[in-house]
Design a protein around this ligand. Structure first.
Ligand code: PHE
Length: 356
């Protein structure tokens, strides 16, 4: 089973709901990859794509990633994802209209798919989606009865994963004085940057939006690196928190880090890239293991009645999960990504098939 780039046409999911929203000229896709562990859940991504097929492939890959993410985390949800492929930056009223019509689509699915924020969408967007899509929309703002965005929780899970990796590499989990490079300072990268700075890491960041980079450097005092210089920048830990596919045959040869631990979904362009990293002596913490914090915390608190304390304990538990994955990789003599997928497959195989 491969969920990777290029293999997406062999998608092994359950169903895709496709709708063209003529008003905003936007293709809407909801992909339900697997309901074996529970109803499908996953974020809503809003982005521009080269064409409709690229958006469809992305939603397929991302929904398959959610199946593995929930399975490895031991969470009773199935894999799903939504992509809203917009033709251009939409004006606020256009965008809100689109989000409301998308919410109606989520409501039509009547609980087969629940959603939250993802790349390109925020808690404020979830408020709008929920106007028509409630009660299937999580991560709304506190003012609207939600628990707020998921980015800070995702950042916490990535941070504890970095501690696990540091203990393995350097004998101590502390991030103090470790050099860390965060690629992308959006909803996850930004809170992560602050957590790392507070822990005494020597942190730097890159950001493709130059104005945003300038503002964040000014606000945090953290140094920024030109986006084109990221791969070659020497650091202990490289932290992809922007787009997927950053780790591929060519980029891996340029990396000058000891480990990759980041929040971006689908960081590996192909499954073999996890082996390529291992061959170069770079410890790779599988993205779908370490970036589950937002999904776990927000869904746990809004759908399962968790307290914030419980959510924090569960998100910190990602550290132990990562340790298990890395131990399995060692004992089985396989790369970390294969180990994490093996764990996910075992959980899926052990589950009773759910009757609708
Ligand atoms: N963006 C989250 C992820 O990729 C998905 C998510 C967030 C799902 C919040 C539910 C609630 O893991």
């Amino acid at each position: 089973m491969s969920n990777r780039a290029g293999a997406a046409d062999a998608w092994d999911g359950e169903r895709i709901v496709t709708r063209f929203d003529a008003e905003a000229e936007t293709w809407m896709f909801v992909a339900i990859h697997s309901t074996r562990l529970g109803p499908a859940a996953g974020g809503t991504r809003l982005a521009q794509y080269p064409d409709r097929d690229a958006a469809r492939r992305d939603v397929q890959r991302l929904s398959a990633g959610m199946t593995d993410k929930w399975a490895v985390a031991g969470f009773p949800c199935g894999g799903g994802k939504a992509v809203l492929a917009t033709p251009r930056d939409l004006r606020p009223p256009e965008r809100e209209g689109l989000l409301r019509r998308y919410g109606a689509l989520v409501a039509e699915l009547a609980g087969a798919f629940t959603t939250g924020p993802d790349l390109g969408t925020s808690s404020a967007d979830m408020d709008v989606v929920a106007e028509t899509g409630a009660p299937y929309v999580f991560g709304r703002s506190r003012e609207r009865g939600g628990v707020g965005g998921s980015g800070g929780w995702t950042a916490l899970g990535v941070f504890v994963s970095m501690e696990v990796v540091c203990r393995r590499l350097f004998g101590t989990p502390s991030l103090a004085r470790r050099s860390v490079l965060v690629q992308g300072v959006g909803g996850v990268g930004r809170p992560l940057l602050e957590r790392l700075a507070a822990a005494g890491a020597q942190v730097r960041f890159s950001e493709s939006d130059a104005e945003r980079a300038r503002v964040i450097a000014e606000q945090t005092g953290v140094e920024s690196v030109a986006p084109g210089a990221v791969l070659e920048s020497a650091c202990d830990v490289f932290v992809p928190c922007a787009f997927g596919g950053v780790l591929h045959e060519e980029s891996i040869t340029r990396l000058r880090c000891r480990a990759v631990v980041g929040a971006a979904n689908n960081q590996l362009a192909a499954a073999e890239d996890s082996i390529r990293l291992a061959t170069r002596g770079i410890l790779y913490a599988p993205d779908f293991v370490v970036n589950a914090g937002g999904a776990i915390a927000v869904t746990g608190m809004e759908a399962m009645g968790w307290t914030p304390d419980r959510a924090e304990r569960e998100v910190r538990g990602i550290g132990a999960t990562l340790e298990r994955v890395l131990a399995l990789a060692d004992s089985a003599g396989i790369d970390p990504d294969s180990a994490a997928r093996r764990l996910a497959r075992e959980r899926l195989a052990a589950a009773e098939p759910r009757l609708a």
